[in-house]
Design a protein around this ligand. Structure first.
Ligand code: KG4
Ligand code: ZN
Length: 339
């Protein structure tokens, strides 16, 4: 990178947060504005795609203007516009992609399409410079993956969920316990008030596999609750939350440690909305404190859930590598991380 500072305006609208950020030199947050829609989706128990799109349309201009204002820059100083291209809700992604293209076209700036999961991983670069090879445990509402990175911008998925994502399982179990959406933080809170006294399964899958499966665990929780109801027995929600959380964490931590050792990585990065989970953060810290040569990085809570700063951090690397998009850039809900 030359002496001139590199400024990226980043936009993220893949799900239920309308977000814009300004990132300097790929690592410094000049502004990070997030407009959450959670209140609008809560009463439906999940994200309603049409409502999400409508909110994005209403919010996008305000959020972008606020990000530039807080960063104290004008559009002329921006070097590129980075935007989440996929995966996500197509109607939600489209708002961000079209806003980014319109802004880039109007001001003669390049546009960079970013993979949402690459963004979650690169949130860690806003905490500490990345050292390769590294491994990232990505746990979000839509994804659960172990991603190996030999260098910047190259991603190899060595394990992924075969059914539900970790966050999805959290949200579904929370719903069964009559907790509000999104359920992850509520289960996390209850788990700390109870003890893991219910016996629940852990899906280790075949020997050596880094894949995950959470649907069996989710069904076991739902069945236990339904059976108790039929017998007129009470379920202790704190203990159930603690048992579910322990089961999820055991599998995530054990597989991450094993992969870190096998792939001989220098760093392990936690990424995605479920990275906000206190139990997971504590257990990973405990497990990795015993591994001398591996540095564990855990982003602050504000960078774990969806935001645009992470998209700017990932977009900066693409800009440096000359991986620019064209005005033909389109929302791609099934975008592959590895290509
Ligand atoms: O990454 P994210 O903001 O959106 C996606 O890209 O999916 O992740 C959202 C997910 C939701 O399922 C939410 O319940 C979960 O992250 N989550 C948590 C916690 N905070 C958010 N799950 C467990 N514990 C938490 N503290
Ligand atoms: Zn996300």
């Amino acid at each position: 990178m030359n002496d001139k500072r590199q400024l990226i305006l980043a936009i993220e609208t893949s799900c239920d947060e309308t977000a814009a950020a300004v990132i300097q030199n790929g690592v410094e947050i000049e502004s990070n504005v997030v407009s959450s829609q959670i209140e609008s989706h809560k009463r439906f128990g999940g994200v309603v795609p049409e409502i999400a799109s409508r909110h994005h349309v209403e919010q996008i201009t305000l959020v972008v203007e606020e990000a530039l204002r807080q960063a104290k820059i004008t559009f002329n100083e921006v070097d590129a516009v980075a935007v989440t291209e996929g995966p996500g809700l197509v109607g939600a992604l489209l708002i961000g992609v079209n806003a980014a293209k319109a802004l880039a076209f109007a001001h003669g700036k390049p546009v960079v399409g970013v993979h949402h999961i690459a963004g979650h991983i690169y949130a860690n670069r806003l905490v500490k410079e990345m050292e390769f090879p590294l491994l990232s445990l990505v746990v979000s509402g839509g994804h659960t993956e172990l991603v190996y990175m030999p260098e910047h911008g190259t991603f190899q998925v060595i394990g992924e969920t075969r059914d539900d994502a970790a966050g999805e399982a959290y949200d579904k179990v929370a719903r069964t316990l009559n907790l509000p959406y999104p359920g992850g933080p509520h289960i996390d809170r209850l788990a700390h008030e109870g003890s893991p006294s219910y016996s629940l399964p852990r899906a280790w899958l075949e020997e050596g596999s880094y894949d995950f499966s959470f649907s069996g665990l989710k069904s076991a929780v739902i069945n236990t609750i339904h059976n108790a109801k039929q017998k007129g027995e009470e379920i202790n929600p704190q203990d159930m939350a603690a048992s579910f959380q322990q089961s999820v964490i055991d599998v995530l931590v054990t597989k991450t440690i094993r992969a870190a050792e096998e792939y001989n990585v220098k760093q392990v990065l936690l990424a995605g909305g479920v990275a906000a989970n206190k139990g997971l953060r504590t257990e990973l810290e405990k497990a990795f404190s015993a591994l001398e040569n591996v540095q564990l990085i855990i982003p602050p809570l504000s960078l774990c859930t969806d935001n645009a700063a992470m998209i700017g951090a990932a977009g900066s690397i693409q800009l440096e590598k000359g991986r620019l998009s064209t005005m033909a850039l389109n929302a791609n809900p099934g975008l592959d991380l590895e290509c």
